[in-house]
Design a protein around this ligand. Structure first.
Ligand code: ADP
Ligand code: MG
Length: 334
């Protein structure tokens, strides 16, 4: 069973960025207004995320890394949406099977913070021979998750990583996406040993300013806003897209569906098609698209590594969004 768990975990967490995405979503779900990420060796040596969210009760720590331990089922009451959000309560469990995991957390009601170490889904002692029970410690309100030596027990996977800087670039991409999307959350990302931060967004910035922080003024100064919705297809879309007088070298689509960063080839293709009428050859758009779809219509977050999302009336919804973007582009163009 341990081998099975390890294999399952390795399919859920394929690269450091997948672990980080899950940990960021947990921190956001915990109501954090500050999320700090610290990385060593592309996340393979160390991946640490510190939030100021509601924390975890001491009593919940012993089972925290058991599979299907989740405090979020109330959001997924009916069975159909439990089915669509199949991936629940598996992130921390998976990470504990393929890395050394330490959780330090403090709730508002607790007079101290608690620290717990995990291996293979269970509490383990900090040092062999010691007691595995969580230990009282000093700490601020919120949670710090420390993931060390990712894939230490999956040598083939570990060897597949050639360059720490490549993994770090993917990590910055993930942090950057959530930093653009999550208004009300200040993000930072830092490489261990570097004096400066790679990403830093203040909590108060508006979406355009957050895009400016991460993607630069050139892009941020050329954005048009768009918004559309349709009750029949059960969706609401809003976002920012570069105008017809500006382009980037490679298409950038920051797509969020129900507040999860996802990818969709269908969306990308349709957006590129929409812009092709406006941009010179070789010119590409930058689009931030925030899509909210009734949960029972979307199959998203089934798996952190799952790139593609599917939702009902995909073609119709994409067409409506692109029509809206097209009308904004035509305004600026004329
Ligand atoms: P899920 O997010 O699907 O519930 P996870 O394995 O990602 O499953 O997390 C398990 C549980 O641990 C969550 O439901 C939540 O109660 C708790 N948790 C994890 N990370 C945090 C955090 N940063 N702050 C507060 N609670 C957390
Ligand atoms: Mg989670």
């Amino acid at each position: 069973p341990d081998v099975v768990n390890k294999i399952a975990a390795g399919e859920i967490i394929v690269a450091p960025m997948h672990a980080l995405k899950e940990l960021i979503e947990n921190a956001v779900d915990a109501g954090s207004t500050s999320i700090e990420v610290l990385i060593k060796e592309g996340g393979l040596k160390l991946l640490q995320i510190t939030d100021n969210g509601h924390g975890i009760d001491r009593d919940d720590l012993p089972i925290l890394c058991e599979r299907f331990t989740t405090s979020k089922l109330k959001e997924f009451e009916d069975l159909t949406s439990i089915g669509t959000y199949g991936f629940r309560g598996e992130a921390l469990a998976s990470i504990s099977h393929i890395a050394h995991l330490t959780v330090t957390t403090k709730t508002a009601g607790s007079s101290c913070a608690w620290r717990a170490h995990y291996g293979d889904g269970k509490l383990i002692p900090a040092k062999p021979g010691q007691n595995a029970a969580p230990k009282a410690t000093a700490g601020r309100g919120g949670t710090q998750i420390t993931v060390e030596d990712l894939f230490y027990n999956v040598p083939t996977r570990r060897r597949a990583f050639r360059s720490a800087s490549e993994e770090y670039a993917k990590i910055l991409d993930v942090v950057g996406r959530y930093a653009v999307h999550c208004s009300g959350v200040a993000f930072s990302c830092r490489k261990h040993g570097d004096s400066g931060v790679s990403i830093s967004t203040p909590v108060s910035a508006n979406t355009v300013d957050r895009i400016r922080q991460i993607h630069g003024s050139a892009v941020a100064n050329e954005l048009v806003e768009f918004k559309t919705e349709d009750t029949k297809f059960g969706f609401r879309a809003s976002g920012l897209a570069t105008n017809a007088n500006y382009h980037v070298k490679k298409t950038v689509i920051l797509l969020f569906i129900n507040h999860r960063a996802v990818e969709s080839t269908a969306v990308k293709r349709a957006v590129e098609q929409t812009y092709s009428a406006f941009l010179p050859k070789g010119g590409h758009p930058f689009v931030y698209l925030d899509l909210e779809i009734e949960p029972n219509r979307v199959d998203v977050n089934v798996h952190p590594t799952k790139r593609e999302v599917n939702f009902l009336n995909e073609d119709e919804i994409i067409e409506l969004v692109c029509t809206e973007i097209r009308s904004k582009l035509a305004e600026v163009d004329s």
